[in-house]
Design a protein around this ligand. Structure first.
Ligand SMILES: *Cc1c(COP(=O)(O)O)cnc(C)c1O
Length: 400
């Protein structure tokens, strides 16, 4: 047996964090790390946000869990707020991103079934996608490293190169039910679909009678400076999965849909034990209290610009380490020249936490609540890490 009783599925960094305060994590040895990973875009309001702590503890003293066999008023309220703030008419609550995507995929298939076209069940996705780790969502993501060894890939998913609209149109067949994309790919390496591409997807869906599904599990809930990333383009989906940021650290996810798209999801066809329980709903409502408060998202946009400008200056200064900056809002990526894992280790050496992604990119996903002072501290640490890695001849001090 290996050293731990845990599955060996995670290659863990040997750091033990004991508590969190806003944008900071504190180790058992009292070392303070600036947390620009935020639990991979989960701790949207940082750690120990007072409003979330009080919402959770207050609810914990009243009622934790209740089956969906009964009315849950806070669930109806959170659904109404999400509906009021989005394209959607209907919401299903779940516990993880993958589960929200499962619901989204099932909703699309069931829509065609309800329309008398049960043969339409296939979903088209883009290369580099990440939709979760269940058997259906690894098939949707299509990444070989996640599919290997788990038996035949679940049927019903077709993949085309990222943002390749010609290939996509060719892939649409009589069995196609839906197109599923992340408006901003997270794990794929912070890759954006332009407003023009999203519009093209919408047009193709309308032309061929398909449902458009957005995966905003990572880019939703204020991450890009709007509540949902799709708002920047004005292109609305028919179905959307959200998770990560909506719970602020409490496991919470949701599938949103128009009334039309959800028409097949009738009583008894789908369900969940834990999804939408009172504890999760108290926290989800508290997250929205903050994110939807006047001016909050404007501040995210302002801070994001400040941060991105600072990052661009660092990339200019150390072109041998960082090739460029990509992303939007507080969902930014350092496209690395050196291996991303090496850059990430150097950042950790400067006590800054970030997350590697595909395409040799380091993701920076700080809490949306970070301060200007923390942006400056973060930039100083990222600059120091880049300087420590810069090839000697490129270092400014040794320039000829
Ligand atoms: C994290 C993520 C998922 C999966 O969420 P889990 O909660 O890990 O199941 C799905 N889609 C995107 C875009 C993600 O970033």
């Amino acid at each position: 047996m290996s050293g731990s009783a845990l599955y060996d599925t995670f290659a863990r960094i040997p750091l033990v964090f004991e508590r969190g305060e806003g944008s900071w994590l504190v180790t058992d040895k009292g070392e303070r790390y600036l947390d620009f990973a935020a639990g991979i875009a989960v701790n949207s309001l940082g750690h120990s946000h007072p409003h979330l702590v009080s919402a959770l503890t207050e609810q914990a003293g009243k009622l934790w869990h209740l089956s969906n066999l009964y009315e849950i008023p806070e669930q109806a309220r959170l659904a109404e707020r999400l509906v009021a703030a989005s394209f959607a008419d209907k919401v299903f609550f779940a516990n993880s991103g993958a589960e929200a995507l499962e619901c989204a995929i099932k909703t699309a298939r069931r829509y065609h079934y309800a329309n008398g076209q049960p043969d339409r069940y296939r979903t088209i996705t883009f290369e580099g996608a990440f939709h979760g780790r269940t058997l259906a969502t690894i098939a949707a993501g299509g990444q070989q490293k996640y599919l290997e060894g788990f038996g035949p890939k679940a049927d019903g998913f077709d993949q085309v190169p990222f943002d390749d609209m010609e290939a996509l149109e060719k892939a649409i067949g009589p069995e196609t039910a839906a197109i599923l994309v992340e408006p901003v790919q997270g794990e794929g390496g912070i890759r954006l679909l332009s407003g023009q591409s999203l519009k093209r997807l919408r047009d193709l869906c309308d032309k061929h009678g398909l449902l458009l599904i957005f995966d905003e599990v990572q880019c939703g809930i204020g991450r890009t400076g709007k509540l949902f990333a799709y708002e920047w383009s004005g292109v609305a989906p028919d179905i959307m999965a959200i998770a990560k940021g909506i719970g602020g650290g409490f496991p919470l996810a949701a599938c949103l849909a128009t009334e039309e798209a959800a028409r097949g999801m009738t009583a008894g066809v789908h369900g969940t034990t834990f999804g939408g329980n009172p504890l999760a709903m108290a926290v989800g409502n508290a997250v929205l209290d903050v994110v939807l408060a006047d001016g909050f998202l404007d501040e995210v946009q302002r801070k994001a610009l400040l941060f991105k400008q600072g990052l661009a200056a660092i990339a200019d200064e150390f072109p041998g380490v960082i090739e460029g900056i990509r992303g939007t809002g507080l969902m930014l990526g350092l496209k690395c020249v050196l291996p991303a894992a090496e850059v990430n280790a150097a950042l950790r050496g400067e006590k800054l936490l970030a997350v590697p992604a595909g395409d040799n990119v380091i993701r920076l996903l700080p809490p949306l609540t970070l301060t200007d002072e923390e942006i400056q501290q973060g930039l100083a640490r990222i600059r120091a890490a880049a300087a420590s890695l810069a090839p000697a001849e490129a270092a400014p001090a040794e320039a000829k």
